[in-house]
Design a protein around this ligand. Structure first.
Ligand code: 7TS
Length: 409
């Protein structure tokens, strides 16, 4: 049960990197949508695994092989519990959100898509939830349709109703926009798709860190997220899937651990989850991700949400009065991200000037080029929050933006 009170100054002490300096300035890390920092619990778990438990899984009859296998299996159970999955068989370890979506697009797509079928995406998707679908559309003759956004960068739900039709086979949608912070009403959106017999995938890369994910409550068929955006290691991610659907999907990659029997005449495959985990997995990464989930689990999720939401509203309030600023985070339901531009200053120059102040933000298209096109800009500057950020850091951010503006005046 979560029983640690959420106090941001105490939480910050759990993250060693936050105490470091950048160019002799206190680090102010506001690039969390790209990757979060790691608590000591995760760093220690990786060290412990490599110091005491490291070996390959499943193959060894020796002691270390057993410890590593246990660590890997336990990690899967921890993730299943975090997602409220019915069974840990439904949890596949991948390299991250990108690989999880590629797995579904390739394997599910090959088995289920035909010429004329429609794949429904939204205008705010990350390239990782666009390109895999384009690849499978090219191979199968399926067609991509896109739910547009309104002028607050919220999904146009009337357009969604129009687009959802008898040819729609899959809806793939982000929970939270990584570029703007728009929070999509995915439960309602999924319910409509399911009523039409449409398979659903949620890109939870930004959703899982800020909101958690209850896959039974969402009632989605697939849910993807990345370890490194939820305080865990890089190189590990999750694909949750509907068991019946996944049992009918062909393997994605072939190799060790996913086979039952191999001969040159015919190879048979294991069931879930091994069927989708060819080759030696990221065992330490899985253990590290489980440590991150346990770390988060010690707090009441509602406290973290309230803290992050207060940070976002504070940031919007501090930034909106800055001379020459345009804010793109306008959705009524929003979390985690503030995107902006400054008149007369390129987004990359803003990020470079802020870096001199120790403030880490991101500038660019954030792997959402189609969304940037609808906003009519090539790039934005983006600040994104995590549970360890503070109002003081936002004050530093605002002061640094004002400095950037003055430099270019
Ligand atoms: N989907 C969303 C919504 C994302 O924000 C990202 C990464 C991905 C998919 C891909 O995740 P990966 O872990 O497989 O790379 N987003 C970002 C970002 O906003 N800045 O850097 C990476």
């Amino acid at each position: 049960m979560p029983d640690t009170p959420f106090e941001v100054e105490v939480v910050r002490r759990d993250f060693p990197i936050l105490a470091t300096q950048v160019r002799e300035k206190k680090l102010c890390y506001l690039d969390n949508a790209a990757s979060t920092q790691k608590p000591r619990a995760v760093i220690d778990r990786l060290q412990e695994f490599y110091s005491r438990e490291n070996a390959n899984i499943h193959r060894g009859v020796h002691h270390l092989g057993e410890l590593a296998t246990d660590a890997y299996h336990d990690a899967r159970k921890t993730v299943a519990k975090f997602l409220n999955a019915k069974s840990d068989k439904q949890v596949i370890f991948t390299r991250g959100t990108t690989e999880s979506i590629n797995l579904v697009a390739t394997s599910w797509g090959r088995a289920n898509l035909q010429k004329g079928d429609q794949i429904l995406l939204t205008a705010m998707e990350h390239h990782a939830n666009i390109v895999p679908w384009q690849l499978i559309a090219e191979q199968t003759g399926a067609v991509i349709k896109v739910i547009p956004t309104n002028d607050r960068a919220e999904l146009d739900l009337d357009a969604y109703d129009q687009l959802l039709g008898e040819h729609t086979r899959i809806l793939a949608i982000c929970h939270i926009s990584n570029s703007l912070g728009t929070l999509n009403p995915i439960k309602e959106i999924i319910a409509k798709a399911k009523a039409m017999g449409v398979t659903t995938l949620v890109d939870g890369a930004q959703g899982a860190p800020h909101l958690g994910a209850d896959v039974q409550d969402l009632n989605c068929d697939f849910y993807a997220f990345s370890g490194h955006k939820i305080y865990g290691p890089t190189g590990i991610g999750i694909l949750y899937g509907n068991q019946e659907i996944m049992e009918n999907m062909p393997p994605y990659q072939g190799g060790g651990d996913m086979i039952q029997r191999v001969s040159f005449e015919k190879t048979t495959y294991k069931g879930l989850p091994e069927r989708f985990e060819a080759g030696t997995p990221n065992i330490a990464g899985a253990a590290g991700l489980a440590a991150a989930i346990k770390y988060l689990g010690q707090f009441n999720q509602a406290d973290i949400k309230a803290h992050e939401s207060a940070l976002l509203e504070y940031a919007l309030g501090q930034l909106e009065d800055i001379d020459g600023i345009t804010l793109y985070t306008k959705a009524v339901a929003r979390t985690g991200v503030v995107s902006f531009n400054l008149e007369g200053v390129h987004a990359h120059d803003i990020a470079t000037i802020l870096d001199r102040e120790g403030v880490a933000i991101r500038a660019g298209n954030h792997c959402t080029q189609p969304l940037m096109k609808t906003l009519g800009v090539p790039a934005t500057a983006r600040t994104s929050f995590a549970l360890y950020n503070t109002k003081e850091e936002i004050d530093t951010l605002a002061a640094s933006i004002i400095k950037a503006r003055q430099l270019f005046k």
